[in-house]
Write a protein that binds this ligand. Structure first.
Ligand code: ADP
Ligand code: TRP
Length: 330
């Protein structure tokens, strides 16, 4: 059996990008593999949330994980800060991670651009913390969206470097994973490349019907094709990609044909898309609300996850300490 690790930062509610890029794969993997799914609350500190926001967001993601179908009896569902051994492994990895390679990381460059007033060391070392998350359970596979590919490449670099430095064959080289052929990228509805929490273009699993319809009807489109079989501009392609994800194949085919014949009416197209998104998300919304009201159950799940995660994490960190040369004098 292979070991699987993945996490999501609790910086807001989960959206369709998170679901199709990551969680859909979690659901399949928990049936077959030894899975650890965590809530990356240490990572979210790079943006300095207030204590109340931090706690609320962790609770929200926990409820959303469970509402999506993550099963605490099948996988280990835990909160990153409940496994403080992660921070120790992060420290060890940082000793062999170099400023140059960390600065070249695309997500770091994006962050410098987007939050120049807060370029902290946690941002720079985000990839070593992420590597610690993954190799603390010695994962083989990491279900994530396409945007995380480079972080996985860095994780392999750090794992290999550790093995080489200490002349051991201890860590695996984990790979980003998706059940489809390729890693998934769910587009934004604002004509931009990717749906994301911070991009203000996301449809959340907990959005109500009205909000979803409003967001979809407002999505960027244009005045329509003027030539038969015309290539689709990015914003239109994004809407079609979204339809491919949430709608029935026939529906997609139908609107594709209308587009190719220059007969598409974007009003109708968006209405159908909104309808299919609502159909998809409405069962989640009810479950999320019910789980958020059940603190006792959430507490039970978190405790069970913490215990299982620590068993695995402690074992790794103890062995890593030995390898590095920390030996007890007492
Ligand atoms: P966000 O970009 O909204 O801040 P995160 O960075 O917390 O989301 O991503 C959590 C997980 O969801 C990661 O595995 C990431 O690859 C995946 N993910 C996020 N947005 C998308 C998207 N638009 N398409 C595919 N996967 C995505
Ligand atoms: N960097 C990931 C994201 O932004 C979140 C994350 C942190 C993660 N640690 C991880 C994902 C370990 C997979 C494995 O989405």
């Amino acid at each position: 059996m292979e070991t699987v690790v993945s996490g999501i930062r609790p910086t807001g509610n989960l959206h369709l990008g998170n679901y199709f890029g990551a969680i859909k794969n979690f659901l399949k993997m928990q049936e077959e593999q030894n899975c650890y799914f965590f809530i990356a609350d240490y990572h979210s500190l790079t943006t300095h949330p207030t204590p109340a926001d931090l706690h609320r967001n962790v609770k929200q993601v926990l409820a959303e994980y469970l509402a999506c179908g993550l099963d605490p009896d099948k996988s280990t569902i835990y909160i990153q800060s409940d496994l403080p051994e992660t921070a120790e492994l992060y420290l060890f990895l940082n000793m062999n991670a170099y400023k140059g390679e960390l600065e070249r990381c695309t997500s770091f460059k994006d962050k410098i651009r987007n939050q120049p007033e807060n370029v902290n060391a946690g941002l720079l070392t985000y990839p070593t913390l992420m590597a610690a998350d993954i190799i603390i359970h010695n994962a083989h596979k990491v279900p994530v969206g396409k945007d995380q590919e480079q972080h996985l490449e860095m994780t392999r670099t750090f794992a290999k470097r550790f093995n080489r430095l200490y002349n051991v064959d201890y860590f695996n080289e984990p790979v980003a994973f998706n059940f489809g052929e390729n890693l998934v990228k769910v587009p934004g509805l604002d004509g931009s490349g990717k749906m994301g929490k911070s991009d203000g273009n996301a449809i959340y699993l907990c959005d109500d019907e009205k909000t979803i319809r409003k967001k979809v009807m407002k999505a960027v489109s244009d005045s329509g094709p003027t030539e038969m079989n015309q290539p689709k501009p990015d914003a239109i392609q994004n809407l079609f990609s979204m339809m491919q994800i949430v709608s029935a194949p026939d529906t997609l085919l139908h609107f594709n044909e209308l587009y190719n014949k220059c007969e598409i009416r974007y009003g109708d197209f968006k209405k159908q898309l909104a309808e299919d998104i609502v159909l998809f998300t409405s069962p989640f919304k009810e479950k999320i609300d019910a789980l958020l009201a059940d603190d006792a159950y959430l507490g039970k799940v978190a405790k069970m996850g913490a215990e299982k995660a620590r068993e695995s994490g402690r074992k790794t960190v103890n062995e890593v300490r030995e390898i590095i040369g920390f030996k007890s004098f007492y």
